[in-house]
Write a protein that binds this ligand. Structure first.
Ligand SMILES: Cc1cc2nc3c(=O)[nH]c(=O)nc-3n(C[C@H](O)[C@H](O)[C@H](O)COP(=O)(O)O)c2cc1C
Length: 645
């Protein structure tokens, strides 16, 4: 198809018809995930191998490079469409078999199929894999069948049709009404009602208004926004266009994290194509609506994701937050009304306009509509990017989508909502995932980080870890946040090192309440969540650390010790030879002894001791009596027998 600028709605309809026809002609093709996760696992080499073999065979067969499919740990992922045959961990040397067996003979390459860890059964089709089957993907589903650098591919699945619908007769007020009716709430953290935000900006009298897409995504381990931008950038652009039309903005920024090169690349290309085809620029689709988008690469600080700090950064100043009100919708960039929304929020907009507010509102709960994308990580069998309807219980997300515990250990909690989210214990796994329920439980939706923790996780250490992150990311502008987080972190560190004191718990609670109530921005206001939720649900662990100097999960280094069980040691020298600090005494066939004052608690002895022997003990809060020096194994056995008599 030749490229052309679309300058009227009828021209757009013609282009859409041609794009859809082109898609129909692609009867059979291969979709290879080339999102960041699969690319790092080698998917680009797999694509080259496919292209090479097809050209050698003289076959005209499309190998579509798509965005992230979500099941990143199984990458590189290859799907044969339209059947949806799902191959995982594909290597270049597997390509020939896929082509000769599946493409040419319609047979399955068994070794490349996904094996369900629960049933042990091989699964052929993507749609039948529990990880996918139990989700509700309305945004991410497009990712696995779309070339993000091909605007026509997007148009062929209905892309830019929502914009055309808006420009063909909806007033800005109609659009705002529809978004309000849908119940869409911001996906960046606070869950503010999107339609209401737009309405405030619409009502402002200024001629100049701005739109911002917040793609800063500073939460450690989170990559929801990255995957949407990488895999479907036109969806975000279309959402921004509709928002700009609704509030009367003519310029938009995407503030994207600097560490997202592929997202920036695909977005840059998408913006270029959108200009070329007439979806961006002047007189869009023949209307009098003008809109352009610029990309602004993030400053690298977590706080730059906070809306007021982000705007300072776009203006070229240090990314420090400022007090609100005035809110950005009234006074934002350079004091002009500005609507700032998260990537996922923008991505929902074209879907709402296309399918209607009622359709969108049919997903979710009374107060939280639609779906939410989470990056599911931690101690579950299936990790990756998941999109679930709001209202799904935490338990269903962990067990049905995540597949339950990874190593047979019991799941203890989830940490939800990013670094300043909270920890929810397994007893509350019936809790629905919606804004209100999570806040009531002391956590928050945040932007979608979800870490599953099992019995080997120390909850005091978890709180310490997140407070360390927040301490380092506090901009330091306001005292409660700067000093308060530092102090809370110090107390938590003391507790994990066995230096905790009785009054520490009360002190933590008091500090948490001050920091929460008096910090300038959301970073400080929410920073106490990890402390308060772990205190609320896992107080016994704090008490064990403080009173008994014991870490029940055996995590806190200063509170654990390693011993060699004399009844089990066979004197094989393995631990002795591997100990990096020469803290083990022993000889062949003599029971080994760990010198407690030399032991650095690195755990190497535990790792190298053969599973059949399992002589190394890791304990906390107790002292094991062992021989003071190595003695022959046989002698120890005899001594024991005598004692027993
Ligand atoms: C410390 C901090 C970091 C934040 N980081 C992000 C971020 O990376 N992405 C995001 O969309 N919102 C982030 N937010 C929330 C934004 O301030 C703002 O509420 C959001 O961009 C509004 O969009 P929404 O209504 O679509 O959620 C952050 C807030 C705080 C306090």
């Amino acid at each position: 198809m030749t490229m052309q600028r679309v300058s009227s709605l009828s021209e757009f309809e013609e282009m859409k018809r041609l794009a859809m026809e082109r898609r129909k002609l692609q009867k059979r093709y291969i979709a290879t995930c080339c999102g960041t996760g699969c690319t790092s696992a080698g998917s680009r080499v797999v694509v080259s191998a496919f292209n090479e073999i097809f050209s050698k065979l003289g076959l005209e067969f499309e190998v579509k490079t798509t965005g992230c499919h979500g099941f990143c740990e199984q990458g590189p992922i290859v799907i044969v469409r339209p059947e949806g045959v799902f191959y995982r961990m594909v290597k270049p040397e597997d390509v020939k078999r896929i082509v000769t067996k599946t493409i040419m003979e319609n047979k399955i390459v068994e070794e490349l199929l996904y094996v369900d860890p629960l049933t042990g059964k091989k699964i052929v089709h993507e749609a039948e894999i529990p990880f996918y089957k139990n989700q509700g993907r309305i945004l991410l589903s497009c990712n696995s069948d779309l070339n993000p650098t091909d605007i026509l591919d997007y148009i062929s699945i209905g892309g830019y049709s929502s914009l055309a619908k808006v420009l063909s007769g909806l007033t800005p007020e109609d659009v705002i009404r529809e978004i309000k009716k849908s119940g869409l709430r911001g996906r960046g953290g606070a869950g503010f009602r999107t339609g209401e935000k737009w309405e405030i900006a619409r009502k402002q009298k200024e001629e100049l208004k701005f739109i911002i897409c917040n793609a800063d995504e500073g939460d450690p381990g989170a990559y929801m926004d990255r995957s949407v931008l990488e895999g479907n950038p036109h969806l975000v652009i279309e959402g921004m266009l509709i928002g700009a039309y609704a509030i009367g903005a003519s310029m938009g920024y995407v503030y994207v994290r600097n560490e997202y090169p592929l997202a920036v690349k695909n977005l840059t290309e998408a913006i270029r194509q959108a200009h070329e085809y007439g979806f961006l620029g002047k007189n869009i689709l023949g209307s009098d609506f003008n809109f352009v988008i610029k990309i602004n690469r993030g400053g690298g600080a977590f706080v730059c994701g906070e809306e007021t700090a982000l705007m300072q950064s776009v203006e070229g100043r240090p990314g420090d937050p400022r007090p609100r009100p005035p809110y950005p919708a009234e006074k934002g960039l350079w004091e002009y009304p500005t609507v700032i929304n998260n990537v996922e929020t923008w991505a929902n907009v074209p879907k709402i306009i296309e399918k209607g507010a009622d359709w969108f509102a049919s997903y979710g709960t009374d107060g939280s509509k639609g779906t939410k994308i989470f990056s599911l990580v931690g101690k579950v069998k299936n990790t990756g990017l998941v999109e679930v309807p709001m209202g799904m219980s935490i338990g269903d997300l962990v067990y049905k989508v995540g597949g339950g515990p990874k190593n047979g250990n019991e799941i203890k909690a989830v940490q939800i909502g990013g670094p300043s989210g909270g920890c929810i214990p397994s007893e509350l796994f019936n809790l629905p995932i919606d804004f209100e329920s999570l806040t009531e439980a002391g956590a928050m939706m945040g932007s979608g980080g979800l870490i599953v923790m099992d019995e080997r996780t120390c909850m005091v250490d978890v709180a310490r870890y997140f407070l360390k992150f927040l301490k380092e990311e506090s901009c330091g502008k306001c005292t409660p946040c700067r000093e308060g987080i530092e102090r809370m972190h110090e107390i938590l560190t003391n507790i994990t090192e066995g230096k905790g004191e009785r009054e520490d718990i009360q002190l933590l609670e008091e500090l948490a309440s001050v920091v929460k109530d008096s910090s300038l921005c959301g970073l400080g206001k929410t920073s106490a969540n990890p402390v308060l939720t772990t205190l609320r649900y896992f107080r016994n662990e704090y008490e064990a650390h403080i009173k008994n100097k014991k870490c029940p999960a055996l995590v806190c280094k200063e509170l654990v010790s390693y011993y060699i069980d004399p009844d089990k040691c066979v004197g094989c020298l393995l631990c002795l030879k591997n100990c990096p600090s020469e803290a083990i005494l022993g000889e062949n066939k003599k029971i080994h002894v760990i010198l407690q004052d030399k032991c650095t608690k690195c755990g190497t002895c535990l790792e190298v001791c053969p599973p059949k022997v399992s002589a190394v003990l890791k304990v906390s809060g107790e002292k094991i009596v062992t021989p003071e020096k190595p003695i022959p194994v046989q002698e120890w056995k005899k001594r024991n027998q005598l004692e027993r008599r």
